[in-house]
Design a protein around this ligand. Sequence first.
Ligand code: NAD
Length: 528
Amino acid sequence: MPFRGIVLFMPDVAQITVAPARTAELTALIRATGTETRTTVSPLTGADVATVPVSTDQDVLDAFAAARVAQLDWARTPVRRRKKALLRLHDLVLKHQAELLDLIQLESGKARSHAFDEVLHSALTGRYYGRRLSRILGPHRRSGVYPVITSVRQHHQPKGVVGLITPWNYPLSMALVDGLAAVAAGNAVVHKPDSQSPLTALAIIELMHRAGFPKDLWQVVSGAGSVIGSVIIDHADYICFTGSTATGKRIAAQCSQRLIGCSLELGGKNPMIVLPGADVEKAVEGTVTAAFSSAGQLCVSIERVYVHDSIYDRYRDGLAGRLAQMAYGANADWEVEMGTLVSPSQLATTQKHVADALDHGATLVSGGHARPDIAPWFHEPTVLEDVPESALCFAEETFGPVVSLYRYRSIGEAVQAANDTPYGLNASVWGPSRRARQVATRIKAGTVNVNEGFAATFGSIGAPMGGMKESGTGRRQGAEGLLRFTETQSIGVQRVIPVGGPSFLSKRTFGALLTVGLIGLRRFTRRA
Ligand code: NAD
C-alpha cells in the first residue's frame, strides 16, 4: 500500500531490482573500451544499481565510424522494411514492459504509472512512424515552372548520423520519440543517455535489434555530457538534444561553428489558467497530474497556476484537500500517484525554491517538506501562494513538485502573466471549451492543452511538440519531428523545351508569349 498524504501506512513495498547478470548483459552494449567506470544509484532506495563503463573520446569516434557504415546500408533499405521494424518495436515495447518499467523506476524514481506513460508514448511513436513513414517521406510532387513540361519531386535524404543527447527524467520516451524518428528517416544514431539512466537506454537497443533494426545502427556511449558531449557534436551530422536551456545554448553555439543543424527541447516555466466557469473539481484533479507527475520533473509540468478570483478560494482549498489524500511511494505499486525526486541536487533545488519563497513572504498551502522516510530524496507535493516576483520560483524552473497559485481578475491579465516568461514550452487552460480554446491561441507556448495539463498534446504523436522562446528550437513528433532529420532535395525534370524557351523563338517573342500565357493562366485557372 502506498503512503497517503499526512497519514502514513507502512508500505507493502514491491521491491524493484535488476540482477547483476542482467546489468552486465546490458552494460556490455555500451561502446566503451577504457577502464573508467561509474556507479549509478537508485533514487528509490539510495542503493547502488550498476557499475557502468565510461566511453573514451576514441570510443565515441569508433561509435561514429560503425554507425556511418550501418547508415549507408540502412538508407538503402526499402521503406517498407523500416516500417515493419518500427511496428515490431511497438509490439516488443508493450510485450517487455515489465522490465522497462522496473528499469525506468529504478533509475528515475518515478511512480510506476508514470513509467507506464513512457512505455505507452514509445509504443505510440513506433506505431505512428511505422504507419505514416511513406506518406511523410514522399517523394512528393511539386508544381513545376511550366505545367506538364517541368516536373518536380521533393525528396528527403537522411542527414547521416544523428547525435542524440537525452536527460534522465524520461529516459525511455525522450530517447525513442526522437531516435525512432531519426532512424525511420534513414539515419543512424549515436546516443548519449544521461549518466543517471543508462540501463533504460541499453534495454532499448536490445529491443531494436530484435525488432529488425541493424546491429550498429544505434550506438550507445556513456559519460559526462561536458566531456564526451563535444566529441559527439564535433562528429555528428545533426544534433538532437533534450535537457536544460543552459546546456542547450552551449550546444547551439558549438553546432553553429560546424554549421550543422540541431533541435533543442529545453526547459519551461509552464503556466495553467483556470477560467471563470471552469469545473473546479476537474481543474484540481488536472493540476495534480499536470504539476506532480514524475514529481514535477517533467519538461511540460505546470509550475504556475492563474485562477480567476471568483473561484480561487474553492480551487485552492480543493487542491489542498486532494493533496492530503495523495498516494506517495517509492515502489512498484501502480496506485502510487507520486514517486521521488531523482537526486540530492534535485531535492536541494526544490528545498531552496520553497525556503526562498517563504523567506520572501509566500504562504504555504500544502506540503513543503522533504520526506526521507519514503525515499532518500523524496519531497512532498508543494503548493505556494502569494509568491512575490523577487522569489526564485516566481520565474525560474524548479523541475520539482512545487506549484505557485496566483489570483487574477481579467483574462487579459492572466494571459499577460502566463506569457511573461523567457520560456514557451507548454501551457494549460481550463474552462468552457470554446472560451478556453480562444485563450489558448493567445499563449506563446509550443503546446497548449485545454482541460488537460500536458497529455492531450504529448500523447498525440501526430501533433508537433517543442518550445518557443528559450524553451528550444525545432519540433518533435508528427511529420516535422521526422523531417528535421532529413535534407530536403528537389529534383526537377525538364521536357521538350528548355526553361529559357525553344531555340526557334527569339528571347523577346518568348518573353511576350510567356507574359500573355501567365496572365491567361491567372485569369482562367483557379490554381495558377
Ligand atoms: P542537462 O542539460 O544538465 O542534461 C541533459 C543531457 O545533456 C544529459 O545527457 C547530459 O549529460 C548532457 N549534457 C550536459 N552538458 C553537456 C554538454 N556541455 N554537451 C553535451 N551534452 C551535455 O539537463 P538536466 O538537468 O539533466 O535535465 C533537466 C532539464 O531538461 C530541465 O530543464 C527540463 O525542463 C529539460 N527537459 C526538457 C524536455 C523537453 O522536451 N523540452 C524534456 C525533458 C527535460
